[in-house]
Design a protein around this ligand. Structure first.
Ligand SMILES: [Zn+2]
Length: 483
């Protein structure tokens, strides 16, 4: 029988092939090939699943755990065993039921959103909640079902820990929002070819190894990787919003750098995997929000335009660009919100999910609860469900417990940023001049290199000298966006 490391390397090859086929599907594939491609992707996904749930794989992981050389390897192998158990503990019937129900729920969600009518989605949502609860009960091992679901996205966190953090955060965030400045009333437009050029040059600004990256366009920006040495990101462009493409490129590069700097040894094992959605989001938000939404980054941007496309920067100072990028404005849509109001969007979803899983809120009561929460926390009321409770697709796929990772990620990024500023007192001038190689190395040494070999809360404490708290996050928001 092959050992665990040989088997996981085979899985890594399959995963890599799947990622390439999927990348091509999103960026290059001719539209007419969609049916065949869906079959190909299903075939690869099936092969991966088959290998993952094979009894030999589980036995080999247990043997490897017995022989593990150090604590990093042991923790990674415990994660591997947990992953396999999660895949094998669920009865086949439930897996099939979930996959069928989520396909239908997705369709129901699309129609409901189009028709601005929650009641079309409600029966699907009820079913997804019931099935997710059932699913969680199989691997909750005595834990609360919602905590078991959370664990998929923010390993090591519980709803009680998150509730405590969010409760502390909420009034302070509301206070910051109440002190926001008037937004800038000026529009900036840049042709897409120019935007694409700066989105390519920002790779060198960051210090990302250009020979290990591919950039492309897609409808929804994303990052994927075939291996640490082969990272791919996409960007979406809009002539009238040159900041969107630039900031989202920096965001995806932050995700990509994490994948790029995880040690390639033991590829396919959790030592070579990112540590949860919250840690992943902390890396993208660190680059996008902490480093790039800054006056010094926009001095770099302004300098780039001066040199490469001066006609598009006429009448704009570097400070103007930063002012445009740092507008704070309560709004209805989470994905379009600024870093100050963003937290409220996440907390609303977390509160509602908790209430659903506690049994204190029914699906019928949800739209009303959603609208009330938006009025309470952000002072805005959705005119209809499509820009209210139907805006996110997460619940249609049964991704309950996912939302907190977005806010936790930003909190983690601000705490890491505070440590970076201590380590590099000249961080601002490094950002302005694009000399960030040592910052990348610091992230590699303190975060990336552990993969899943150390629980995320421990990585955070070790890298920053204290457990995760909202302090740095609030201080950062105040200094950067409000004061
Ligand atoms: Zn992200």
């Amino acid at each position: 029988m092959k050992n665990y490391y040989e088997l996981s390397r085979e899985l890594a090859h399959l995963g890599s092939a799947y990622a390439l086929v999927h990348w091509d599907f999103e960026t290059q594939m001719p539209k007419g090939a969609a049916a065949w491609r869906a079959e190909t992707m299903g075939f690869f996904a099936g092969l991966l699943h088959e290998k993952m749930v094979h009894p030999d794989y589980f036995t080999s992981a247990q043997t490897a755990l017995k022989n593990a050389a150090n604590e990093l390897e042991k923790e990674a192998l415990r994660c591997a065993i947990k992953d396999i158990e999660k895949k094998t503990l669920l009865p086949q019937k439930l897996v099939e039921e979930m996959s069928e129900a989520s396909a239908l729920a997705h369709e129901g969600w699309v129609t409901a959103k189009k028709e601005k009518n929650f009641s079309i989605f409600a029966p699907h949502l009820e079913k997804m909640i019931r099935l997710s609860r059932e699913q969680a009960s199989f691997y909750a091992q005595g834990k609360d079902p919602y905590d078991a679901l959370l664990d998929d996205y923010s390993p090591g966190m519980t709803s009680a820990m998150i509730k405590k953090l969010f409760d502390e955060l909420r009034p302070k965030l509301q206070e910051l929002i109440s002190r926001r400045k008037k937004p800038m009333d000026k529009k900036w437009s840049v042709p897409i070819e120019i935007q694409e050029k700066i989105c390519h040059d920002v790779v060198a600004w960051m210090g990302f190894p250009a020979d290990q990256l591919v950039q492309a366009r897609s409808v929804h920006p994303f990052c994927t990787n075939l291996h640490p040495s082969d990272v791919r990101i996409t960007t979406r462009y809009n002539v009238d919003d040159p900041l969107m493409s630039l900031m989202s490129t920096v965001h995806e590069l932050g995700h990509g750098l994490y994948e790029n700097q995880i040690p390639a040894e033991h590829v396919g094992t959790p030592l070579n995997q990112a540590n949860g959605m919250d840690m992943h989001e902390s890396q993208s938000r660190l680059w996008e929000v902490c480093l790039a939404t800054s006056p010094e980054f926009f001095r770099w941007v302004h300098g780039w335009y001066d040199k490469n496309a001066p006609e598009y920067i006429k009448g704009w100072s570097a400070q103007d660009l930063f002012t445009l990028a740092s507008v704070v404005k309560p709004s209805l849509i989470r994905t379009e919100s600024d870093p100050v109001t963003y937290g409220m969007h996440v907390m609303i979803r977390f509160e509602l999910e908790l209430a659903i899983f506690n049994g204190t809120l029914s699906v019928q009561q949800l739209p009303d609860a959603w609208n009330k929460a938006y009025q309470n926390y952000l002072g805005v009321t959705p005119p209809d469900d499509s820009v209210g409770i139907l805006q996110d697709s997460h619940w249609s796929s049964g991704a309950f417990g996912y939302f907190p990772s977005y806010l936790l990620g930003t909190m983690i990024s601000c705490q890491l940023h505070a440590s970076l500023k201590e380590k590099f007192p000249d961080l601002s001038s490094r950002v302005e001049t694009g000399k960030l190689a040592e910052v990348c190395t610091w992230l590699k040494e303190n975060v990336h290199r552990y993969g899943r070999g150390m629980p995320a809360p421990q990585i955070i404490s070790q890298a920053t000298g204290r457990p995760l708290s909202p302090d740095n996050f609030l201080q950062f928001l105040n200094e950067r966006f409000i004061a």
